[in-house]
Design a protein around this ligand. Structure first.
Ligand SMILES: Nc1ncnc2c1ncn2[C@@H]1O[C@H](COP(=O)(O)OP(=O)(O)OP(=O)(O)O)[C@@H](O)[C@H]1O
Ligand SMILES: [Mg+2]
Length: 462
């Protein structure tokens, strides 16, 4: 609040009369102490204060409570600092001297906005829970687009073909499709065509009659029938023979299946989701995959991008896997900023699964409480970019095209993380070292989501 005692007392009195709970602080530091541990909706502060000025208080306060609505009080004629404050995230400014009515009105508006914001957050949480979208970690543009498309497609019964390299999360996407569909209370039945021999696969999927073949001592329902009303996930669908593919095609066309050794068919109501990590178009061209089945499966395609095309997700994913490992391990570990930078320098030929394994291993084997780069031994040949300096190096031969903005964001994130580590998270020294103002540093950190994050590389973490 204001450093001039009278003004502060009067302002507080006006607001208390309105029925608000008001706490007063004589200095910026006192205000920050108040904000830490107390939930506050609105902060009113003067800009000219000693020793901590209002802009510094504003920045720190938003770090402590990102939802806080800040109103700065400025002297007449100092519009520049008011503009700067708004740019830094203040909600409003009010010019001194002000009438009681103006004060009441502005505070009321700020509170209204604070209420709206927390309702929106609640709504977003609920939305995510209901849709279980948090299971698919990652907020890169590519992942966001995938999730949006997934949600839309899930509502329909359309057959979906999921394409993506090994370890990108295709199975997770398939499960997610089922969860968000109207079939969610019915079974999700996965079958991995690559893991079962051709002859077994047929009886697995379609079932068999008693005595249909040696060893078929009892009649058995197939996975199609098991999945009735739900979703059948046919994984690695390209790993099948043309003979099997025509049987599958027939089942899909007719919506009925015939058990091996049986003469009559049963109707099934099954939604088909198939996946492959091969270039299926190529398989079709080379006649290893039936074109008619391809058309039948490929009503909607979901492409899961390789991790190297969305390195922004590495941070969130690593944290996610570490949290999971921490829940199991006795000694919780933290991720260092330099470890994240190290990981973001890698091209992940094994995609998310490789990252998952790396984090689990590091969590189990690392000596210290903070995971460092050396706790993540990466496959050397895949390491393509050597750090902040080489912005222009493509990540992998024939690799993805990144927009300039993405390249810059990534490089900035790496540089900031490394500098944070070198300077024990002292933001002033980081800004100094990187040759930017602390405001610029703060803004960049906010944009690339290094602020308001959990334990990882969190500059204001303990
Ligand atoms: N976006 C994600 N968020 C959280 N976990 C993920 C994500 N993507 C993948 N995973 C995890 O990574 C691992 C590999 O994912 P998944 O098995 O779905 O990949 P896949 O594409 O089916 O791989 P493959 O082609 O080798 O079968 C799983 O443990 C999965 O839970
Ligand atoms: Mg899979």
């Amino acid at each position: 609040m204001d450093d001039q005692r009278n003004m502060r007392t009067i302002t507080a009195l006006v607001l208390r009369t309105e029925g608000y709970t008001v706490s007063e602080a004589a200095t910026g530091q006192e205000a920050l102490d108040l904000l830490t541990g107390n939930s506050v909706d609105v902060l009113l502060t003067d800009l000219k204060m000693e020793p901590m000025d209002g802009l510094t208080l504003l920045r720190r306060a938003l770090e402590v409570q990102p939802r806080l609505q800040v109103i700065v009080m400025t002297a007449f004629g100092s519009i520049d600092s008011a503009v700067e404050a708004m740019r830094l995230g203040a909600y409003d400014y009010i010019t001194k001297p002000f009438k009681d009515g103006v004060l009441r009105h502005r505070v009321e508006l700020a509170l209204e906005r604070s209420r709206m914001k927390s309702e929106l957050d609640l709504f977003a949480d609920e939305f995510h829970q209901r849709h279980n979208m948090s299971a698919l970690v990652g907020s890169s543009p590519a992942m966001r687009e995938l999730k949006n498309r997934l949600l839309r497609v899930a509502q329909s019964d359309a057959t979906v073909l999921i394409q993506g390299e090994s370890g990108t999360g295709k199975e997770l996407v398939a499960r997610s499709l089922h969860t968000h569909s109207r079939r969610t209370s019915k079974p999700f039945v996965p079958v991995n065509c690559a893991a079962i021999s051709e002859s077994l696969l047929e009886s697995e999927l379609f079932g068999h009659a008693k005595g249909a073949f040696t060893g078929a001592v009892k009649a058995r329902r197939g996975l199609f029938e098991e999945a009735d009303g739900g979703t059948l996930f046919i994984d690695e669908v390209t790993e099948t023979s043309p003979a099997f593919q025509s049987k599958l095609l027939r089942a899909l066309q007719d919506g009925e299946v015939r058990r091996v050794g049986e003469s009559t068919s049963v109707r099934v109501d099954v939604r088909i989701v198939a996946a492959t990590n091969r270039e299926i178009e190529l398989e079709v061209r080379e006649k290893r995959f039936r074109q008619d089945l391809y058309y039948r499966l490929n009503v909607v395609t979901l492409r899961v991008p390789p991790l190297r095309e969305r390195l922004e997700d590495v941070h969130d994913l690593a944290r996610h896997f570490l949290e999971r490992a921490n829940a199991r391990n006795s000694r919780p570990k933290r991720l260092s900023g330099s470890a994240v930078a190290h990981l973001m320098d890698y091209s992940f030929p094994g995609n998310v699964r490789e990252l998952e394994n790396l984090v689990e291993q590091a969590a189990a084997l690392a000596e210290g409480d903070e995971l460092m780069p050396e706790d993540f031994p990466l496959r050397p040949q895949a390491q393509v970019s050597q750090g902040v300096g080489d912005l222009g190096t493509p990540r992998a031969p024939g690799g993805p095209v990144q927009t300039l903005a993405e390249v810059v964001d990534e490089a900035e994130k790496r540089a900031i993380l490394q500098s944070l580590e070198r300077n024990q998270k002292d933001l002033a020294r980081v800004a100094d070292e990187l040759g930017v103002s602390s405001t610029t540093l703060w803004r960049k950190m906010k944009r690339i989501k290094l602020l308001e994050t959990g334990p990882t590389g969190d500059p204001q973490g303990k």
